[in-house]
Design a protein around this ligand. Structure first.
Ligand SMILES: Nc1ncnc2c1ncn2[C@@H]1O[C@H](COP(=O)(O)OP(=O)(O)OP(=O)(O)O)[C@@H](O)[C@H]1O
Ligand SMILES: [Mg+2]
Length: 199
């Protein structure tokens, strides 16, 4: 499943995990489910740019990912998967080639899957409103508040945010909300987007 010399391969094997399945691969990152004995984790590998960059670039990416994740965690607490480690991935010659985060696996459908499948209950809508109220009242925007980046934690019955790379703080709650509304409107049905716009 993993190409032998890929960043994903080096990231997962460097921590003595085994890949289980690909969860997703987007423009900027790919996510893998991996296991070590009974332990199940998500490895999210941030892609390197298509030109040669040195270790300092990856250290900067690591710092930036840790900063935006810390902002998300501060505003949303348990509604962001816990990150165990964010590290620079090296190939077998010790060259820096990517940045990876190891995080908790959230079992459940994404909001996008729910919208395309079983749909939402009123309690789901209420929980989404609570999440965005928490975020925006603390002057924080997600930066990519798409339906695919909200996972419904089935066991704990609440939504969590993933893909926190673009989380930012703003001068006012209204600025934070204004940053996220266009993505909400383009990835969610109009009625749901309108409800979230009113929180
Ligand atoms: N902690 C997690 N628990 C369960 N599934 C996850 C977790 N993190 C990511 N995933 C799954 O992997 C997919 C991709 O992850 P993520 O959204 O972080 O990156 P991406 O969407 O590929 O990147 P980008 O949005 O930059 O294109 C998600 O849509 C989700 O299905
Ligand atoms: Mg995503």
């Amino acid at each position: 499943m993993l190409r032998p010399r890929s960043a994903e391969h080096y990231a997962i094997t460097s921590r003595s995990f085994e890949p289980v399945e690909v969860l997703g691969s987007g423009k900027s990152a790919s996510a893998f489910l991996a296991r070590k004995g009974p332990l199940v984790r998500v490895f999210r590998i941030t892609k390197a740019p298509p030109f040669d960059v040195d270790r300092a670039h990856f250290e900067d990416v690591r710092t930036s990912l840790r900063h935006s994740h810390a902002l998300a965690k501060h505003a949303l607490r348990v509604r962001v998967p816990r990150v165990v480690e964010t590290f620079v991935v090296e190939n077998r010659r010790g060259k820096a080639i990517a940045v990876a985060s190891i995080m908790e696996f959230v079992a459940g459908l994404s909001l996008q899957d729910q919208l395309n499948g079983p749909g939402l209950l009123p309690s789901h809508v209420d929980d989404l409103k609570r999440l965005f109220r928490m975020l925006w009242t603390q002057r924080t925007s997600h930066g990519d508040a798409a339906a695919s980046n909200l996972l419904y934690d089935a066991a704990r019955r609440r939504y969590v945010c993933i893909d926190t790379d673009s989380v930012r703080q703003h001068p006012t709650p209204a600025d934070a909300k204004a940053r996220d509304l266009p993505t909400i409107r383009s990835s969610m049905p109009p009625r749901l987007a309108a409800e979230l716009a009113r929180v």
